[in-house]
Design a protein around this ligand. Structure first.
Ligand SMILES: Cc1ncc(COP(=O)(O)O)c(C=O)c1O
Length: 480
């Protein structure tokens, strides 16, 4: 398999600590540091490392030292070499996390004492759906006289979604909207239509695990680009990866990213979208969280570049159980997607779409109430972490439903396992990446009431201190 992107000597040197300050021989410090960067998702797997000569020059160390470090990485399965194509980052066999079925198989979360932090999602706002349902029921009779199959979606709902895009400064007609059974359904349809086996799809690292599963489920090849350590995009790295790998698609979440809650500013979007155009990469922007910001949003990606495909849904602002989402694309693409969709599930449920029309009329009011509810929960989670686990670092989320904690040891999976014993359901950081990296991170949703979050953090802190760190070495961090 050919490497998909390349890290230069100076770029790698900038990621490394001062090797001379680390204990032991310099070659071991170098190989351990690179291993840690891979496992933390700071260097994506399949990245081509600089040649030994180039890295030696950048680090001002002998070439023999770099050779020894690369040999150690190779011996541990973190580097693979191919004659003529250099050395590229890998992870040892057996470390790939499997698609999680844990959410569907756990019985633990049924107990009232269990605090479930596995999902960044909210229950429906009280009373809202009941009112929308009554209104939809009163309007369904004329529609029952039709065949009810509309693969592109109910015209009235397509109009509502288009109007909302227009209100955000994205001129949109109803024929640019496809109604889907949620944002993930929209992504899956796009992947089915737009990629073939082995096609590359650039993603942020970390990113929404469901999107990674969908890409791999459609035989796509994930090209992950690490987010900045302080949160947000590494714009130059994304642009360089686009140029080096010319991926078929890019799947990005610039509006309150899951799991970090980051908002990407307009100039970063502009730069990335311009480069994607040059490399012929179709950009899919996931706007699932766009209405859940604690600060003013950025200019919509599709307003910056109309060729961007936007996906969204009512799952996060209203309720996941509705299963109503949409995508915005060029009319001919919407037409092709509707034809594809008709071969899979025919069309979306009419009653649910009528409910959605009603909800769209009140969406600003609903989302304002959501944000007002979420802000104190986010603050409570931050305060609890600062009090109970001050050694963990978090970038304060600007929106969304979760934050991304950097732990002081790469023990996210063991913590997740131990946490179940004290009634807390967690998802390890590695679920938001590929190849078992990101063990130093944990996604923490703030979608529960403040006192539940407080209690969850107290329980997590209790087990965090019990974890055996004596065996922590970079070799043992990858958990299948
Ligand atoms: C970024 C992102 N996109 C899509 C989804 C799935 O959304 P839906 O319920 O609309 O399919 C989620 C759910 O967590 C998500 O976090």
């Amino acid at each position: 398999m050919a490497p998909v992107s390349r890290l230069g000597g100076r770029a790698l040197a900038a990621l490394l600590p001062d090797l001379r300050t680390l204990p032991g021989p310099v070659y071991a410090a170098l190989s351990d540091s690179i291993t840690a960067l891979v496992l933390d998702g700071r260097i994506a797997t399949e990245t081509r490392l600089p040649s030994e000569r180039e890295l030696a020059l950048a680090l001002q160390i002998s070439r023999a030292t770099v050779t020894a470090a690369y040999d150690a990485l190779r011996a541990d399965g973190f580097l693979a070499s191919r004659t003529g194509s250099g050395s590229f980052v890998s992870v040892p066999p057996g470390s790939r996390p499997r698609t999680s079925l844990a959410r569907w198989s756990t019985a633990a979360s049924d107990s009232p004492d269990v605090i479930d932090l596995s999902c960044a999602t909210l229950p429906a706002p009280p009373g809202v759906l009941e009112v929308a349902l009554a209104s939809a029921a009163a309007r369904i009779t004329p529609l029952t006289h039709t065949d009810g199959y509309d693969p592109a979606g109910l015209p009235a709902l397509r109009e509502s979604v288009a109007a909302r895009f227009a209100a955000r400064g994205v001129s949109t007609s109803a024929d640019q909207i496809l109604i889907t059974n949620g944002a993930l359904h929209g992504l899956d349809l796009l992947l089915r239509l737009l990629i073939g086996p082995g096609d590359r799809v650039l993603t942020e690292l970390p990113t929404y695990s469901g999107a990674l599963d969908a890409i791999r489920g459609n035989n796509g090849r994930v090209v992950p680009v690490p987010m900045a350590a302080a949160g947000g995009w590494q714009v130059e790295l994304i642009r360089a990866t686009l140029r080096q790998t010319s991926p078929r698609l890019a799947y990005l979440t610039p509006d309150f990213h899951n799991p970090t809650g980051a908002l990407i500013d307009e100039s970063a979007r502009r730069d990335v979208l311009r480069t994607a155009r040059q490399t012929g990469t179709t950009v899919i922007v996931d706007e699932s969280f766009v209405d859940l910001g604690f600060c003013p949003g950025a200019r919509a990606s599709a307003a910056i570049d109309p060729s961007v495909i936007s996906i969204g849904s009512l799952s996060k602002p209203v309720w996941g159980g509705l299963r109503v989402g949409w995508l915005r694309a060029a009319p001919d693409l919407v037409h092709r997607l509707a034809a594809l969709r008709a071969s899979i599930d025919m069309a979306g449920p009419v009653l649910d779409q009528l409910i959605a029309v009603d909800l769209f009329d009140r969406l600003d009011e609903i989302t304002a109430a959501r944000v007002a509810e979420l802000r104190p929960q986010r603050d409570a989670l931050i305060a609890a972490l600062a009090r109970e686990l001050p050694q963990w670092r978090i970038a304060v989320p600007q929106g969304g439903l979760s934050m991304w904690a950097e732990l002081d040891a790469p023990l996210s999976t063991p913590l997740t396992l131990l946490a179940t014993q004290v009634g807390v359901v967690l998802v390890p950081g590695s679920r938001f990446g590929i190849d078992g990296t990101l063990e130093r991170f944990l996604r923490l949703p703030f979608s529960l009431p403040a006192q539940r979050l407080d209690e969850a953090v107290r329980r997590i802190a209790g087990v965090w201190t019990q974890l055996d760190r004596s065996n922590v070495s970079t070799r043992q961090l990858v958990v299948a």
